[in-house]
Each structure stands twice: as C-alpha cells, then as structure tokens.
Ligand binder design. Structure first.
Ligand code: PDD
Length: 280
C-alpha cells in the first residue's frame, strides 16, 4: 500500500506527518471520504466543492489547484489497486511550533491521501438492517464543516458499538435528531414521505444525502426536509442512514424500539437499489 504525503508517494507503513502538524495538535484540518467503484471516484465534484467550502470556512486554502488534486487522487487509487473501496483525503493548516493562532501564511498546508479496498456494509447489514442508539449531540456549532475534530463522534460511535448497534443518532437539546456520527439520518412516515433534517450549521451536507434526495425526487417520492424527534423516528414506517460508506442502509431498531415489524422497509430497499444503480 501507498500513501500520499505532501507531494510524495510513500510506503503506507512509513508514511507520516510531522509531530508538530496542526492536525495532530489542534485537529486543525478537514477531510473527505470518497467512495471508489470500478476504480473510479463517486460524486467527485460534490466532494471537491464541499472540501473547498470546509477550507474556506476555516480560512484555509486548497493545497493545490483542484485539477492537480484530482490527478493525485486518481494516482493514489491506481497505486493501491483499489476497485471498490474508499479514498481518504485530509488537509491541515500545516506544521509549525505549537501556538493557537494561525501560523504565518508562508507555512504550507499538509495534504495526506490514503486509499483502501473494501469498507462496505456486509450483506447481513443490508438484508437485516442495523440498530442505532440515541445520544446527546455534544459536538460544536459548525457541524457543516467536515473537520477532523471528531472526538464526540468517536465517543458516540463506541457507545453504539458497546450496545451492539452500528450507529449513534445524535440528538439536539430540543429532542430532534441531528445526524449519525458518520452518516445522515432519515425516516419514512406512515404515508410514505421521506424526512431528513434540512441543511444548516447543525449537520454535515452529506453527498450521499444529496444523491438520495435527487433519486427520491426522480422516483416520484415525496420528501420533507425538516427535523424529526426520536419519538417520531421510533414510530416511523421505515428508517435508514446515508453516507459514502453506508449508501442507504436500513435501520430496524432505535434504542430498544423496533421500527415497524423490525425488517428493512420497501422504500429504503428501493432507494438502496437506485443508489447502487447510480454508482454502478
Ligand atoms: N462521514 N454526517 C457526518 C457527521 C459524517 O461524518 C458523514 C460522512 C456524513 C455523510 O456524508 P457523505 O454522504 O458525504 O459521506 C454525514 C464519512 C464517511 C466518515 O467520516 O467516514
């Protein structure tokens, strides 16, 4: 395996950044996870646009022009011989002696990329659905920025794992679900309407969320972008999560409550199939 670090392709086992990298010391950086199918990145335009936005919001700049970055991405995928898998990309504010304010503008950002095969839901997860637990959302107020500062997400995901669930749905102070730790959250109401939280600073603008919205509209499904409570979700006809790595994965249990009859729902299944066709 090969990793890209600041202009060099290094053996994965030896690839690293400096001990004073701001990503390490302050989580001062952003990232993207891009699905690879048939050796090609999925929805690359959306990921690049979101990366540029995350950087801009943190007053950082692209480490290289987007076209050059796309070439490096393709090369990392190629050198790792990934057909189906993920590409991970991270940009930090660079290496400088530890001090909270930004380093001088002459300090270059750190760009890191890795790629690996696999990383897809198992067929059991797709066939049987997954469980989620609900936890208080303990993150900062700018969850729209894809920051590498993921400690609350890590803690919540481990809590899910400890409970035998796959994901944790984070809940705001008013009892509304924001999103999962690495996925967006959806429900389907009794009358077949898809519901997912609208975009603002509360959640990440998932690229898969956007694809699912488009596919749902094309299929003539009704969608409402509004917050929903844990109670509404537990009483829903269906629930699912969306992300680059999870596609549109059925949720059949929320805490101790089964969703409908405890089996994946038909609309979720339809969206899964549409999404599979979209990335094929
Ligand atoms: N996570 N919400 C959060 C908090 C996320 O971290 C992610 C992605 C999503 C879904 O976004 P997308 O559809 O663009 O993957 C929603 C990535 C996969 C990760 O952290 O591994």
């Amino acid at each position: 395996r090969v990793a890209y670090v600041n202009g060099r392709y290094l053996p994965h086992a030896e690839a690293g950044v400096h001990v004073e990298d701001r990503g390490l010391q302050f989580a001062d950086g952003v990232y993207e996870v891009i699905a690879i199918e048939g050796g090609r990145p999925i929805d690359l335009g959306g990921h690049m646009t979101r990366l540029e936005r995350s950087l801009r919001e943190l007053r950082m700049t692209m480490p290289m022009p987007p076209r050059a970055m796309r070439l490096v991405m393709r090369e990392v995928v190629r050198r790792n011989a990934v057909r189906i898998g993920i590409l991970y990309l991270q940009v930090t504010r660079g290496t400088y002696r530890r001090d909270h304010p930004f380093p001088p503008a002459t300090v270059a950002p750190t760009l890191v990329m890795t790629a690996r095969s696999g990383v897809r839901p198992t067929s059991a997860m797709v066939e049987n659905g997954i469980g989620v637990v609900t936890v208080p959302d303990q993150r900062w107020a700018r969850r729209d920025i894809k920051s590498v500062s993921l400690l609350p997400n890590v803690m919540a995901k481990q809590q899910a794992k400890d409970a035998g669930a796959y994901e944790a749905w984070q809940v705001d102070r008013d009892g509304f679900v924001t999103e999962g730790t690495s996925t967006n959250a959806w429900i389907v109401t009794k009358d077949g309407t898809l519901v997912t939280r609208p975009l603002n600073h509360d959640i990440l603008a998932g690229i898969t969320r956007d694809s699912v919205l488009t596919l749902a509209a094309q299929a003539g499904l009704t969608v409402e972008q509004r917050p929903f409570t844990v109670e509404e979700a537990k009483a829903a006809r269906e629930a699912f999560i969306s992300s680059t790595t999870a596609a549109a994965l059925p949720v059949v249990r929320i805490d101790d409550a089964s969703i409908a009859n405890g089996a994946p729902g038909s609309i979720t299944r339809q969206l899964w199939d549409l999404y599979e066709a979209h990335i094929a």
